[in-house]
Design a protein around this ligand. Structure first.
Ligand code: SF4
Ligand code: SF4
Length: 309
């Protein structure tokens, strides 16, 4: 037990040095409470075209299938909140997480450094690192490890830091002292449900992706259904509406990660700059950005849809 808590202490200190704002530990186990809600969500088709969500059902619920021999799931949060805003209030809106460079590579690199640190300073440890890259219920693990609760907007919320945090995990065969889950502090608040422009939050913590602007503007491959005309609230990539109104985000402090700073004058773009963007400009501005996921064709589809609204 002494080793477990000592290892955890030095491990957390190194994670913080690398820039993670919070670290929580859970025993690698079957996520019993989440099984039926995941099954129901999939059965209702709330995942839209994200058919990959149907695969690896058992693996999603049990990290020991994903990483044989796993004993511990470490959840880590990385801040991406910023006070920076787009200058032109009429310009199509982009989610804060996409202002800078793509977080996947940046965070993965830090997780690998952390893994190397463990191997050098604690001992030989096997495992894998993930950020939005594997069949893992990331929010459920983060909540289980006490990093926050899953709010009615389905985001992980910390009462000290809000919800503008990237989630990542290390699934390892090292035993560490597990943390306790925290309690839900949404109370009677319904601000996120009321603010959602497309009524995608069908009940607390249940998002119908088919109606969610994040899904419609990023994941959906075909045309945006006409039913969403005038409902996209001018979002061109992602949507922060249900986080922006969350009272717990009043406690968000800006990140200090240079790589997340807005790229290529992005926040200065006027409405006209967006609508006149050429493929060449798109490639230049979004070269390292999460926005490149939509490709130029996806972004122009979204822009054209907004224009019609
Ligand atoms: S991201 Fe936007 S569309 Fe999706 S649930 Fe939140 S407020 Fe609604
Ligand atoms: S806006 Fe209110 S209900 Fe929604 S997640 Fe935040 S605290 Fe919970």
């Amino acid at each position: 037990m002494q080793n477990k808590s000592k290892y955890k202490e030095i491990f957390i200190a190194e994670a913080k040095r690398l820039g993670f704002v919070s670290v929580g530990v859970s025993k690698a186990d079957f996520l019993e409470n989440e099984a039926s809600s995941l099954e129901n969500w999939l059965k209702k088709g709330s995942h839209g075209e994200m058919t990959y969500m149907e695969n690896n059902f058992d693996m999603r619920l049990d990290p020991r299938i994903l990483v044989p021999g796993a004993k511990t799931v470490v959840s880590l949060l990385y801040n991406y909140y910023t006070d920076d805003r787009q200058i032109d209030l009429q310009a199509p809106k982009i989610s804060k997480y996409a202002y800078g460079q793509d977080y996947h590579d940046i965070i993965k690199k830090k997780l690998r450094e952390l893994m190397d640190f463990i191997n050098i300073n604690i001992g030989k440890v096997n495992g894998r690192v993930f950020t939005d890259s594997a069949p893992i219920l990331e929010r459920a693990w983060a909540a289980k490890s006490g990093l926050g609760w899953i709010g009615k907007n389905a985001n992980l919320i910390s009462h000290k830091q809000g919800s503008f945090r990237f989630l990542s995990e290390m699934i390892i065969d090292l035993e560490l002292e597990a943390d306790k889950a925290t309690t839900d502090h949404c109370g009677s608040c319904t601000a996120c449900i009321d603010a959602c422009p497309t009524e995608a939050i069908e009940s607390p913590r249940i998002i119908n992706a088919n109606k969610c602007i994040s899904y419609l503007s990023i994941e959906l491959k075909g045309e945006i259904p006409v039913a969403f005309t005038n409902k996209m609230d001018n979002w061109v990539f992602g949507c922060d509406a249900c986080q922006d109104v969350c009272p717990w985000n009043r406690f968000s402090a800006p990140h200090n990660e240079d790589l997340f700073k807005p790229q290529g004058g992005l926040l200065d773009f006027s409405k006209e700059d967006w609508h006149e963007m050429t493929e060449e400009v798109f490639r230049k501005i979004f070269k390292k950005s999460p926005v490149k996921r939509t490709k130029y064709s996806g972004l122009t589809r979204n822009l054209d849809f907004l224009k019609k609204s």
